[in-house]
Design a binder for this molecule. Structure first.
Ligand SMILES: Cc1ncc(COP(=O)(O)O)c(C=O)c1O
Length: 363
């Protein structure tokens, strides 16, 4: 099967923050699977989650996650439901003892939600926050005590467009919400003890959440945990209940695409796209960036117009040219260009051309 980076549908370039652009090849293959999955005479929507077909999909997807991220047997790979938001609660349910304290780095909307859930189970310590500055940068100075049950970070802040470029080093277990930057760059993924990511940005459609957990950090809390919310249930019995078969199948197709391109190439493309866009934001006198340059995200670029009156005009202008999903988060405003792995370089180049054309007509 030919692998291609092209993801454009016939008419639109999709800058949505998630659900988001998927590799075109994965979408086409998924569409074929809906009609007749690998000549079984069944749709992938109809196959049993206990069938040998689904077992093969599931096992290949789990193996590819480990292979691509370079992780060993000490990790378990789970495809769960409930979104990344469910992980805000599952993480402390499983890892934070009643009398323990978990450290949270507060870098935006999603960290705040994670902290709120953790407070149901134990104490939290916000080790640093950039809240007063509208989360436009990543705080870098903080103290970590070995008594903390874990440190929780959000590696990429989808809303404000910041990203952690230097990971903390600590002996405390690190839990990372990588919903919006997993598989986007080379990293030492073994420095994390638990990684979670809603699939709907860099991995597949909405409906499943990837959880990668180091098995030896589990079983340290005393409380009773309901089966569905207990990681150990899903490790012991990976298909514990009916999983979202189609979502996992599409994740597998995307994982095959990621493997065929290689994370190194994917990262190079992501750097190229984000550099191109940030250079234009900085050069163009009509626009300005929102996040501090040193913490800018490779995945979500946030920016705005210098003249407020230009904001709706620019949005209308790009939408007429087929660029969708650029409106900033509802509480944050401005624009947000989400450039996940499957966004082709040409998609970002088109947006840059449009910014230049807007400058010529409105500058
Ligand atoms: C970084 C991050 N964490 C968590 C979430 C919440 O994900 P979900 O909607 O799957 O619960 C999002 C959603 O965009 C996100 O960007």
């Amino acid at each position: 099967m030919e692998q291609t980076t092209t993801t454009f549908t016939d008419t639109k370039i999709n800058f949505c923050p998630g659900p988001a652009t998927l590799p075109r090849i994965a979408v086409l293959e998924a569409a074929r699977g809906i009609v007749n999955y690998e000549d079984t005479g069944l749709s992938v929507l109809e196959i049993s989650h206990r069938s040998k077909e689904f077992e093969a999909i599931f096992e290949e997807a789990r193996a590819l996650v480990k292979e691509i991220l370079g992780l060993g047997e000490e990790y378990a790979v789970l495809f769960l439901t409930g979104g990344a938001s469910m992980q805000f609660c599952m993480v402390p349910y499983n890892l934070l003892p009643d009398n323990g304290t978990a450290a949270y780095l507060d870098t935006g909307v999603w960290s705040v939600k994670a902290i709120k859930e953790a407070e149901v189970f134990g104490k939290t310590k916000v080790i640093a926050t950039s809240k007063k500055f509208d989360y436009t940068f990543i705080p870098k100075e903080y103290l970590l005590y070995s008594s903390y049950a874990y440190l929780h970070i959000t590696t990429n802040n989808t809303v404000c467009g910041t990203q952690i470029h230097k990971m903390p080093t600590t002996s405390i277990p690190i839990v990372a919400d990588m919903s919006s930057d997993i598989f986007s760059q080379q990293r030492d993924y073994s420095q994390f003890d638990l990684i979670y990511a809603g699939a709907q940005k860099n991995l597949g459609p909405a409906g499943t959440t990837l959880v990668i957990v180091k098995k030896d950090i589990l079983g340290r809390v005393e409380r009773k945990i309901p089966s569905m919310l207990n990681y150990q249930t899903h490790i012991k019995k990976p298909i514990f209940n009916t999983p979202p078969v189609f979502a996992i199948y599409t994740c597998l197709l995307t994982l095959r695409w990621i493997k065929s391109r290689g994370i190194k190439q994917i990262e190079a493309d992501n750097r190229k796209k984000s550099t191109m866009l940030y250079e234009e934001i900085d050069r163009n006198p009509l626009f300005k960036g929102i996040a501090r340059p040193e913490d800018r995200s490779m995945m979500n670029a946030t920016f705005t117009t210098i003249n407020k009156a230009h904001e709706p005009l620019f949005l209308k202008f790009v939408e007429a040219a087929g660029c969708v999903g650029l409106k900033g988060y509802r509480t944050f405003g401005g624009f947000r260009a989400s450039m996940y792995n499957a966004m082709p370089v040409e998609g970002v180049a088109t947006l840059v051309d449009l910014m230049q054309e807007f400058e010529r007509t409105h500058g």
